[in-house]
Write a protein that binds this ligand. Structure first.
Ligand code: G3I
Length: 341
């Protein structure tokens, strides 16, 4: 049985980020998603640059390649992401510089157009992505209002852009699950402690203002170079769930440290151990939806993004499959965690 079936037998939804082009033209890729996933999230096709490349001109063809495959193969799909500081096409970046009225109109038109088109199939969206100022990041002035990350949206509309995006989404689709998605809030480091504090303060403020929010996504791009403390993760998930929010693992993968051991068995054991510890802790704290950011190291940002790549051509092994679709130890770690073993 694939990971999706093992998860489902234990009341958990498992899935992964998918690339529409590959679903349509790579049989091994499509077979893996069919076998392993109950849920898909488009890795790129749900982002602004893909959906609205020109003002008022939506292009749903890339997203349709994911939606159509999912429908044909009985898979659910979640949306990623309506508001982000990245992948804004030049026309939108220019519009945001024209002042708050134009910025709000552009935001509303995007959210309304996308939610209208995807309503029948997408019942959960990352409405806002990576909005909290990253204490570890070098790209965020720490003085941003409300400890929010610098963003064209923040510059155009101020801190209330998050309220506005969530209110627009709820107004357009009353039963859509509205998710706020974030990274760097999973491990036991001072920076992650601060980022978790900032996120909780942001979320509490939203809820106190009556802003609609249903879930928080922990991206979970885990780094073996950082310590993990189950009690810290449990406390954080519990604090979010005590606010009435669901908590999802949305982009799970594992990066090794550069000083990782060279031999594969030792490296794989570390990846499997961290995966099992993290997912088991999250499930015990009430998480019921787990997505990996891709299924295979052959199609992963971990292998292509210079900022996270390994040295001298070595590649990360922090996904369930390698480039030849052979199971990596992370597969067993996930299967055991889903089965409560
Ligand atoms: O730019 C072309 C575009 O012109 C073309 O139409 C499109 C067709 O598919 O491809 C685009 O190429 C690249 C795209 O991935 C699709 O492969 C973009 O150049 C490239 O920037 C983009 O990278 C993605 C990145 O987000 C930015 O969207 C990565 O694949 C994806 O893994 C990464 O995922 C992010 C999550 O959204 C948020 N959390 C962090 C995670 C990793 O960075």
């Amino acid at each position: 049985a694939g990971l999706g079936e093992i998860a489902k037998a234990n009341g958990i939804t498992f899935g992964a980020a998918a690339q529409g082009g590959l679903l349509g033209r790579d049989p091994a890729y499509a077979a893996a998603f069919q076998r392993e996933c109950a849920l898909l999230v488009p890795e790129y096709e749900g982002k602004w640059a893909a959906l609205q490349p020109a003002a008022g001109r939506f292009d749903f063809k890339p997203l349709d390649s994911v939606l159509r495959w999912a429908r044909a193969n009985g898979k659910a799909v979640r949306g990623h992401t309506l508001v982000w500081h990245k992948d804004l096409p030049p026309w939108a970046q220019a519009a945001l510089l024209e002042g708050p009225e134009r910025a709000r109109a552009v935001l509303a038109a995007h959210i309304n157009g996308v939610l209208d088109y995807t309503r029948a199939q997408l019942r959960d969206w990352d409405v806002v992505n990576e909005v909290v100022a990253d204490p570890a990041g070098s790209d965020t002035p720490q003085s941003e209002p409300g400890n929010l990350r610098a963003s064209p949206w923040l510059a155009a509309l101020g801190p209330s852009y998050i309220d506005t995006a969530l209110r627009l989404a709820r107004a357009r689709d009353a039963t859509l699950r509205l998710t706020l998605n974030e990274y760097g809030i999973e491990e036991a480091t001072p920076a992650a402690d601060e980022k978790r504090r900032r996120l909780l303060a942001l979320v509490r403020g939203l809820l106190e203002r009556g802003v609609p929010l249903d879930a928080v996504g922990l991206q979970s791009h885990l780094q073996l170079a950082k310590p993990f403390d189950p009690a810290v993760l449990t406390g954080f998930i519990t604090a979010l769930r005590d606010l009435g929010l669901a908590v999802l693992i949305t982009e799970l993968d594992v990066r090794e440290s550069w000083d990782a051991p060279q031999e594969l068995p030792a490296r794989d054991a570390l990846v499997a151990e961290r995966t099992h510890a993290f997912v088991s802790t999250a499930l015990a704290a009430g998480v019921r939806s787990v997505l990996c950011w891709g299924l295979s190291t052959g199609h992963s940002w971990l292998s292509t993004e210079p900022a996270v790549a390994m040295p001298e051509g070595r590649i990360h092994r922090g996904l369930p499959f390698d480039a030849q679709w052979q199971r990596l130890p992370m597969w067993d770690a996930l299967a055991r965690a889903f089965a409560g073993r």
